[in-house]
Design a binder for this molecule. Structure first.
Ligand code: XMP
Length: 326
């Protein structure tokens, strides 16, 4: 649209003015819409003086890290560094089952790893990192001011306050006046793929809050494989755009089943798919043809993912249930 085109030009000019001819900017990317659009805009404005950092926390989706590196680095030409911190995160999550504790550990570890990487980059380029890019949207701004409910916790992992103080970085938030649909429109104008622009949201603590109970490498792998089959089928059958968010969770229980002439005793996958406008309330995605599709997805998951013998569909609305299980 004309307004969005104007926004792009104005914002690029504003960024260039703020950062100046030599200043550098660092920012975390996740592969999600917001951070990718923010990174693309920053790259358009200052090119290689923007340094993106992708923290591999060990609980991202199947092949996600490699895909994000390919998309931002190879395809979009963005300066990106992947920090492999999977073992660090998983080590700290060992034995932890409480959802809030998981979130705090991941949030704090994220800040620590990101800070360390930013400091290395700063050193490498002679202390010229002056700004921190964040893909904060208007609803995030409003929420962090006024909302003290569960969403206050949602944003904990975005809180890179230490970085701002220790490294004396100043914040740049080019999306802070935009709503989600405007960010998607902006992404389209900036030439991002539809696949990226229409991506479902993914929580910062990732699969750690979708593996109920203790998070281990093995459990994460099961959740990952099931989720990958689920999303693949959703896309293949043309449901992806109709669903606001879908994912597979791994339940911390075992169920009895039968395979050939043998009794099995294995784990349970819960599938979630919701429709929503603002993620504050949500309805389950449901239709007769969708249930037929779910049936196929269920057999694929049970056949292809070792350790799973049962799949259930979560039919709870938000409220009182949340979209995530933890
Ligand atoms: P709930 O589970 O509260 O989730 O209904 C609402 C939306 O927020 C996402 N979510 C998060 N996003 N960091 C994030 O960036 C988080 O810690 C987090 N927790 C939940 C959730 O996926 C849904 O889209």
């Amino acid at each position: 649209s004309w307004t969005m085109d104007a926004f792009v030009d104005k914002e690029i000019a504003r960024i260039r003015k703020i950062v100046g001819p030599h200043g550098r900017v660092v920012g975390a990317v996740s592969g999600g819409v917001d951070s990718t659009v923010a990174a693309k805009l920053m790259h358009e404005a200052i090119g290689d003086r923007f340094h993106a950092i992708l923290v591999d926390n060990g609980v991202m989706r199947l092949n996600e890290c490699a895909n994000v590196k390919k998309m931002l680095g190879d395809k979009m030409g963005i300066n990106i560094k992947v920090s492999d911190a999977a073992d660090l995160f998983l080590g700290r999550l060992k034995g932890v089952t409480d959802p809030e504790t998981k979130r705090k550990i991941i949030g704090n570890t994220f800040i620590e790893v990101f800070e360390a990487e930013a400091a290395i980059i700063d050193k490498e380029c002679g202390g010229e990192i002056e700004y921190l890019l964040q893909g904060t949207l208007y609803p995030d701004v409003i929420e962090s001011i006024s909302f003290k409910g569960p969403s206050a916790t949602i944003k904990t992992h975005h809180n890179v306050g230490g970085l701002l103080e220790d490294m004396k970085l100043k914040l740049i938030e080019p999306l802070r006046e935009l709503f989600k649909d405007e960010v998607r429109a902006l992404g389209k104008i900036l030439g991002l793929d539809d696949e990226l622009v229409w991506r479902h949201p993914f929580p910062g603590p990732g699969i750690a809050i979708r593996v109920l109970g203790e998070v281990t490498k093995e459990q994460v792998e099961i959740a990952r494989l099931a989720d990958n089959i689920y999303i693949e089928e959703i896309k293949k059958n043309g449901y992806y755009r109709q669903i606001a968010q879908a994912y597979a969770a791994l339940l911390p229980i075992k169920a009895v089943g039968v395979m050939g002439d043998k009794r099995t005793y294995e784990q349970v996958i819960a599938l979630r798919a919701v429709e929503t406008k603002d993620f504050m309330t949500a309805d389950i995605f449901a239709s007769a043809e969708w249930f037929v599709c779910l049936k196929r997805i269920s057999s694929r998951i049970i056949n292809e993912v070792k350790g799973v013998n049962r799949v259930v569909y979560d039919i709870s609305s938000k409220p009182p249930a949340t979209i995530e299980w933890e």
